[in-house]
Design a protein around this ligand. Sequence first.
Ligand code: ASP
Length: 451
Amino acid sequence: MTTDATTTNRLSLTTKIMLGMVLGVIVGLIANQIDSTFVNEQIVGGLFAMIGTMFVNALKMLVVPLVIFSLLTGVMGIGDVRALGRVGGKSFALYILTTAIAIAVAIGIALVVGPGKGFVMEGIDTSGITAAEAPSVWEVFANIVPGNPVAAFTNGDMLQIIFYVIVVGIAAVMLGEQSAKFVEACEYMNELMMKVVGIVMHFAPYGVFCLIAKTFAEQGVELFLPVLAYVVTLVGSLFLHLFVTLMIILKLFSGLNPVQFLRKIRPAQIFAFSTASSNATIPVTMRAVTERMGVDNSVASFTVPFGATINMDGTAIMQGVATVFLANVYGIDLGVGGYLTVIAMAVLASIGTAGVPGVGLVMLTMVLTQVGLPIEGIAIILGVDRLMDMIRTAVNITGDAVVSVIVAKSEAKMDLSVYDDPNAGEVEALTIDHEAEAALAARASRAHPAE
Ligand code: ASP
């Protein structure tokens, strides 16, 4: 009886999140057509913005503590530095490989479709666009070691956090028996944080609805028309990577069923789509790969935050398509050398960029400068970038999950029965265990007896 009730509840949450998304699109597009200050300022810019921000903040508040405790638990769980090195090496290689394939295919498609040919640039404000500095590879690597770990935690600098936590985890393993209590405490904290993720997920349908409604209310469809060819080529390339390339890679390297994968990653994709931030989606991606797909925490706790930071297939695709588009707009032929440079730069940009909204476009300036295209061209695609950002972020986190699954499978750190179970890891209903609650209260009153 209880199980049945819970199952119904579980199913309805995933459905509710999807419903939130669809309703968000509809309400947003309607709001976009309504010319009312009240709707614009109080509903869209007020209520929707407030709930949306609260929801994104709630996700972000989980990221650092979740990464710390799950990674600590993971490292201490592996307990073997060599295995850890293998997981790190494999995931790094796969992240680079998938990003390079993504952008190479995207450039190929864009060259065939040829968006931007005959584009007439009119009334586009090109002021205020400045080029991003290309980070040197040496700098990127040097900055992985945090001079001040507390600053790394407060800034949410994922690579530095990962580095620091791994070192502490290894030290704890080296201390052996002495660390027993610490290991237990971290395991408990990890469980606790996962529970908090579950609580936040319950508000997801409303958060997703507000975020999406706000974006569509502000974006309007008219924005797309002038750059329709760019949008269509980009979205086509993103979908191709998501549904074909990544799924072939998954099947090839892990032998697992891609359809099952796509079903299970869907909630995380919706979160990525609504927030346009791989970083904010970390808790949900982590939950999807561990509880829904059966990847062991010892692998996921490393691969997911690492991927959210360095692996951006969708962003690289956008940069490839945008470069071809702008080269066509300006009538410049980049040649094979130019496009190879774009591939290399986009892969580097992918590593050096944080998974936060809009940053891919900033990094595009770096790619454009490198091949001698005018960065003012970005103004042309600026208007549609938010929506493109949402889609590419969903692709970004899917790439993270694919690599997590492949690495876990190859390390025999995967529970295949969870992967095969269609209902595994659905968010549980928000129930309070009253017996446990009473036990806690009794313990508290024993500790502080009433005077
Ligand atoms: N928003 C993307 C992400 O968080 C990065 C970008 O392309 O702007 O993954």
